[in-house]
Design a protein around this ligand. Sequence first.
Ligand code: PLP
Length: 449
Amino acid sequence: TQPVSTDAAAVKAADRAHVFHSWSAQGLIDPFVVAGAEGSYFWDHDGNRHLDFSSQLVNTNIGHQHPKVVAAIQEQAARLCTIAPGFAVDVRSEAARLIAGRTPGDLDRIFFTNGGAEAVENAVRMARLHTGRPKVLSAYRSYHGATAAAINLTGDPRRWPSDTASAGVVRFWGPFRYRSPFHAETEEQECERALRHLEDTIVFEGPGTIAAVILETVPGTAGIMVPPPGYLPGVRALCDRYGIVLILDEVMAGFGRTGRWFAADHFGVVPDLLTFAKGVNSGYVPLGGVAISAEIAATFEERPYPGGLTYSGHPLACASAVATINAMAEEGIVENAARVGEDVLGPGLRELAERHPSVGDVRGLGVFWAVELVRDRRTREPLVPYAATGEANAPMAAVTATIKAAGVWPFVNMNRVHVVPPCTITEAEAKAGLAALDEALTVADRYAA
Ligand code: PLP
C-alpha cells in the first residue's frame, strides 16, 4: 500500500528553508519529496512510483524496508538502543562474527564505524601505524569518501576543492581498457602496463615511505571498471615485495553488489585491510567498518589503537547488519544479484549498445553496471566533457530526465548511467528498467554522430 498524504509542499518548504544538502548549490536544487519505499520502489505523496535503479547511493542491496531487518531494528530498539563501544554486547559480537565469516582470508577482526569514509580514515591510520610509513598511493578515477583523508585519496573532481597538498597521498592510474591511460590494445597489455606503472610509482616515491596502496576492488562511482583478472593479484604481489599494506575499499562493491559477497572473491585476492559500509546493512542504520588481517591486528595487541567513535558498533546498526546478512544468506540474495547480472542486465545492456550509437561501452558484473555515453564511438569522445557542469552537462541532464519521466531512478555520473539496482531485483523489474533506459538512449543518440 502506498500512503498518500497532502503535506508534500510543507516537507519541501521546510527542506528548502533548513536542510543543507551534500554536493549541491543550495539555491539550485529541487529535491524529490519521498513519502515511502518498499522493495525496489520508492514513491512520492501522490503515489507516483520510481523503480530504484540506483539503490539510493548504491547501498540498499536488499531493497527498501526488508521486513526481517525492520523487525530486527524494532526489537533491538525495545531491548537496548545504545551502549558505548567499550562494552561487549550480543548484537555487536554477532555482527562482527558474521562479517568476519564472509570477508576473505584472515580478515577476522572488525573495527566498526558509522560509514565508508570513516572506515577509510581508520584503515589508513592502521596502515600508517603498522608500517611506520607516511604515504598512501591511490588511483585516479576513484572515490573513497568526503572526510579529510578520504577525500584526499579520492581520484575524482570532488576532491579538487578540498585538496590539501600535505595529505601524504600519491595518485596512480589503474587499468581501464576503454580509456586506457597506457594506450594498450589488449586486456593483457593493459594489465601488464598498469602493474609496471604502479611499480615505477612505488620505486620512484621510495618504497620505504609508502604505508599503503588503496584501491576500490571494482571502482564504482568513477565508472565500474572491472579490472583484468591478473591486476589485483599483481598489486598484491607488489605490496608483498615492498612491505606495503594493501587496502581494498569494498564500501560500494561489497556485500553482494558484484554477485559475490565481496568483489575480491572474483579475483582470489586477500587484502590486509578491507573497508565496508553501504550493503553491510543496506544503510538502514549508518554503519561501516574495517576488516583487519591477523598481522595488522597483532600490531595492536599490546599497543593501544589510537582511534575510536562514540557510535562504533552501535546496537541498532549491528542488529540491522545481523538481520541483513542472515536474510541475504537465507534468501539467496547474492546469488540473485549474480543471476540477474548474467541473464538480464549483461545481455540486455549489450543489446542496447548494439542499437544505440550513443553507447560507447557497457561493463560490469552482478548488479553493478555502467553505460558509457559518447558523441562518437570511433573517437570515444564523451557525451559531456569530464567534470562538466551547467550547459555543458545538458545532454546528460536530458538523458537523466527521460529515465526519471519513465518511472526509473538512475545513478548518473559524468557521461555514464550506472545500472545499480538492489541485489533483490526481479528479472521483470530489471527488464522494465532496461526499457526505460532504452527510451532515454534515443535522447542521447541525438547528440551522437
Ligand atoms: N568508498 C567508496 C568506494 C564509496 O563508494 C563511498 C561512497 O560512495 C565511500 C567510500 C564513502 O562512504 P560514505 O559515504 O558512507 O562515507
